[in-house]
Write a protein that binds this ligand. Structure first.
Ligand SMILES: *[C@@H]1O[C@H](CO)[C@@H](O)[C@H](O)[C@H]1NC(C)=O
Ligand SMILES: *[C@@H]1O[C@H](CO)[C@@H](O)[C@H](O)[C@H]1NC(C)=O
Ligand SMILES: *[C@@H]1O[C@H](CO)[C@@H](O)[C@H](O)[C@H]1NC(C)=O
Ligand SMILES: *[C@@H]1O[C@H](CO)[C@@H](O)[C@H](O)[C@H]1NC(C)=O
Length: 473
């Protein structure tokens, strides 16, 4: 009984109780911009589209084929698009669309073959499509058509060549039917493109390998949340050790990204994402380093040996004269980031184990110190670059164990703190130069702002998409 309850609870917590660590919010401004870019792209592509052959039978047994049908001109008024809360989706409509087509016609009636060319125009077409957005079991965004409606205002067809003069007069008579046939082809085509889009969505990667050891998982954690002003996608946003794939002993907390309708999109990044990375690196044993004398930069003018430790640990050079030392530095606990309004706090709990290297190579343990720096950082965006600075808020150094007898740590603490401050000055020089914001091949973020909030970072931005005539490829 109990085991099944536990399994049930675990399943429940991993499917229902999961908060997204990353939220991507598309505002109406972003939706309208996307539509504008997409409409221009479709208009360009429509003018080079070839349609499939149309076959049929008219006038009691005359087979006809319309072939090589291409769009010669397309008047594609800007469609309208809106978020629809009632269907958790989008409504897209175009009205007043007109298309001019050209092609060849062929008829055969028994052994009599005939043929020529034709021009056709369809005017004032209205197309409305409503799609629902959802989440598939793997966490992909899914899209399904829930409604489609197509109306053609009017059509006109001119046949040229062959015996067209005979049947041209009948065209007037058949306009209604031609209109109906065009109308009937539109929604299946729209639905086919939605199925095609769904296929592409399902093929999207939900897990990115950072290298062979670590992955970053971004499946949807729940259904998209849509109202008339925005769409919010909640993503897992968690780092994993690819092999072990263990969950950290802490969970993503819920957070609300303030709505920023003046920007096209906003991204909220929870401190959980950073802490999951921290947990993964810590668990993989990466948060440790061994320092040897030759690694100390020459400009520090110091050596890692027992005599240079004399001012801090007077007995050390007497017990182990003239020996080089090594320091094993590691994190005692998972370093945890805490995002607060305006600042990121980072508490490190580190330890330093010191060894003397005997002439025969044996490493003799000397002492172990606990080193607990508390850091705070700021991040901001300026001149299109992500910049930052770090400060040391607190620093404590305590003697945890000693094989060389006890010693006062005050002066060692002061010296180490001074060393850290010096390191931070160098680091801040680099952070101040900043990192160029990531730029994709076809899109760039513009007017990006970043704010630190309680538990998360909120980034809001406009985007600029550059489409070549080859589209997104
Ligand atoms: C839509 O939802 C967001 C939060 O997800 C909220 O801030 C906004 O006010 C809502 N807009 C409307 C029109 O209800
Ligand atoms: C130990 O370090 C001091 C100064 O840091 C240096 O003068 C001395 O030569 C070093 N001794 C050895 C054995 O490396
Ligand atoms: C290496 O030297 C140290 C100190 O002289 C000694 O205690 C230790 O036993 C030696 N180890 C080996 C493997 O010779
Ligand atoms: C630094 O941390 C120690 C231990 O947590 C605390 O006792 C001390 O008051 C802190 N100092 C400052 C300046 O915050």
């Amino acid at each position: 009984m109990l085991p099944s309850v536990i399994v049930g609870l675990m399943l429940f917590s991993s499917t229902c109780g999961e908060n997204p660590a990353v939220q991507v919010i598309l505002t109406d401004k972003g939706l309208q911009y996307g539509k504008h870019v997409g409409a221009g792209w479709i208009q360009d592509r429509l003018e080079h589209v070839s349609l499939p052959d149309i076959n049929g039978k008219i006038l009691g047994g005359i087979h006809y084929t319309l072939t090589g049908v291409t769009i010669t001109k397309c008047d594609f008024p800007e469609p309208s698009i809106e978020f629809r809360q009632d269907v958790t989706g989008l409504k897209l409509s175009t009205s007043g669309l007109s298309v001019a087509l050209t092609g060849e016609w062929m008829t055969h009636f028994g052994i009599i073959h005939d043929g020529g060319t034709f021009d056709m125009a369809a005017f004032n077409m209205d197309v409305t499509s409503v799609v629902e957005l959802g989440k598939d079991p793997d966490g992909h965004l899914s899209v399904t058509s829930v409604h489609c409606d197509a109306r053609v205002g009017n059509v006109d067809v001119r046949f040229h060549g062959g015996a067209s003069w005979i049947f041209q007069p009948f065209v007037e008579h058949f306009k209604g039917r031609i209109r109906g046939e065009i109308e009937a082809t539109i929604c299946p085509n729209v639905e086919e493109s939605i199925v095609n889009l769904e296929y592409h969505l399902q093929a999207m990667k939900l897990s990115f390998n950072l290298d062979e050891k670590f992955t970053f998982d971004v499946p949807l954690t729940g259904l998209p949340i849509i109202n008339s002003s925005s769409m919010n996608l909640g993503l897992k946003g968690e780092f994993y050790d690819t092999k072990a794939h263990t969950e950290p002993p802490f969970e993503a907390q819920p957070f609300t990204v303030p709505e920023q309708p003046a920007y096209m999109l906003s991204v909220g990044l929870s401190e959980f994402t950073m802490n999951s990375a921290s947990y993964v690196f810590y668990s993989a044993g990466l948060l440790q380093v061994v320092i040897i004398d030759s690694m100390i930069p020459p400009y520090l003018h110091m050596h890692l040996n027992t005599s240079s430790m004399g001012p801090y640990i007077p007995q050390l050079p007497k017990m182990f004269p003239g020996l080089l030392m090594t320091l094993q530095i590691y994190a005692r606990e998972v370093p945890m980031f805490s995002f607060q309004p305006g600042v990121v706090k980072l508490g490190l709990q580190g330890a330093v184990k010191a060894f003397a290297i005997q002439p025969n190579g044996t490493q003799t343990p000397l002492f172990k110190l606990n080193v607990d720096p508390k850091l705070s950082g700021k991040v901001w965006i300026a001149d299109g670059r992500l910049k930052g600075s770090m400060a040391l808020d607190n620093f404590t150094l305590t003697l945890e164990a000693s094989e060389v007898g006890t010693f006062q740590t005050d002066s060692l603490e002061r010296a180490t703190k001074a060393g850290m401050m010096f390191g931070l000055v160098k680091l801040n020089t680099e952070l101040g130069k900043g990192l160029v914001l990531p730029r994709m091949r076809h899109a760039e973020l513009v007017d990006t702002v970043l704010g630190m909030e309680e538990g998360f970072i909120a980034i809001s931005s406009d985007a600029q998409v550059f489409l070549t005539d080859r589209g997104f490829n």
